[in-house]
Design a protein around this ligand. Structure first.
Ligand code: SF4
Length: 369
């Protein structure tokens, strides 16, 4: 059965009309759901009780039970493990940024687009666990709405900022679930409801070129982030089991088309792993690969996973890599990792909880780094 969040406003209008109600009722429900962030139909007091009852029966709110939640030492990062109606576990993260930082007080939600992932990145806990299923539009939107509702409830606190950004960088490959992801963007963008500006969404991919091209043709111009992690195909294929399907030359070609179509800069993500892809000559090769592209590279020192072979490079080595890349003319930054102490890398919280799937919701005391 679809949930309320699975429908577009137009579809909700049809749903309501099919039940003999005027279309404006749909708009009322939409505003309650996305502007007032109502947690149930009970709050929708200007909607007739009979219609609320049939909505509750036919279009329930999606089942999203928080199984576990962790908060970072500075209370700026909150990561949660969510159980869906069929028992599948996903993760989403809220990241608040210091108003004095470059990110100017952003409140970003990182959402999952799939339960599990089929892409097989060897350094990722989700990739190691495999693919389960695509999320629906409603399950994706609900991750954002849940955090937005909580932020609204704490609006008077310094941390109670409204959500400003949504990034598709949680569990799953968003381009492999393109339609549901895009519908969630449209829903959360809708000016009649949540109203998040298009440029405040970022869709990430490990390099699915069809999706990159499709995104370039969309009327809403959202951000694109492409995970490279290696400057050559051989190394990339040893790190990502499905990378042979997406050679680097094709990924860069698709990004070039995206930039030409949108005029927007592409962000490349490069996860630095000690003695795997962090040598100065690899930085030079990456510089040659990206030469001439309107782009920015995010260098991300890896979060260690269960695989003991994956280690984070020393700070000096990370900075040396950044210097080499910058010397090639590529704009790059080292990403400030948020929530390292709370298993904030994708799939880690689920991995922790898989040994205790029936764990009760809890706040977890976090030790310092
Ligand atoms: S890093 Fe992303 S694309 Fe790669 S396996 Fe993990 S979730 Fe999938």
């Amino acid at each position: 059965m679809p949930s309320l969040y699975d429908l577009s406003l137009v579809e909700l209008e049809s749903w309501v009309a099919e039940r003999g109600q005027p279309k404006y009722r749909a708009r009322q429900v939409w505003e309650w759901a996305y502007r007032h962030l109502a947690p149930s139909y009970d709050e929708m007091t200007n909607v007739p009780a009979a219609l609320r009852a049939s909505l509750a029966a036919g279009l329930p709110f999606p089942a999203m039970d928080t199984v576990r939640e962790q908060t970072s030492d500075d209370a700026l990062t909150r990561k949660r493990l969510i159980r869906l109606h069929d028992g599948k576990l996903i993760e989403s993260v809220l990241m608040l940024y210091d108003p004095r930082s470059e990110s100017r007080g952003r409140a970003t939600v990182c959402v999952s687009s799939q339960a599990g992932c089929a892409m097989g990145c060897g350094f990722c806990a989700t990739g190691q666990a495999g693919f389960e299923r695509n999320l629906t539009t409603g399950e994706i939107a609900a991750q954002v709405i849940a955090f937005a509702r909580e932020q609204k409830a704490h609006a008077k606190a310094a941390s109670g900022r409204a959500i400003t950004n949504v990034v598709f960088m949680g569990m799953g490959e968003p381009m492999a679930n393109y339609n549901a992801v895009w519908r969630a963007v449209e829903t959360l963008h809708s000016p009649e409801g949540f109203g998040l500006a298009a440029r405040h969404f970022t869709i990430s991919t490990v390099g699915l070129t069809q999706g990159i091209r499709k995104l370039g043709g969309e009327s809403l111009q959202v951000g694109l982030a492409v995970s490279l992690h290696a400057p050559d195909d051989a190394l990339r294929q040893s790190m990502i089991s499905t990378a042979h399907r997406y050679p680097l030359a094709e990924i860069v070609g698709a990004c070039r088309e995206y930039i030409e179509a949108t005029g927007r800069r592409v962000t490349f993500e490069y996860c630095l792993i000690e003695n795997v892809n962090d040598a100065p000559e690899q930085a030079q090769a990456l510089g040659r690969l990206l030469k001439g592209l309107l782009c920015h590279v995010n260098l991300i020192p890896v979060n260690p996973t269960a695989d003991a072979g994956i280690r984070r490079p020393a700070r000096a080595r990370t900075l040396a890599f950044q210097r080499e890349l910058a010397a090639s003319g590529i704009a790059c930054t080292v990403r400030v990792e948020k929530g390292v102490e709370i298993s904030a890398a994708c799939g880690q919280l689920r991995g922790d909880a898989s040994h205790r799937p029936d764990a009760a919701p809890q706040q977890i005391a976090i030790s310092g780094r």
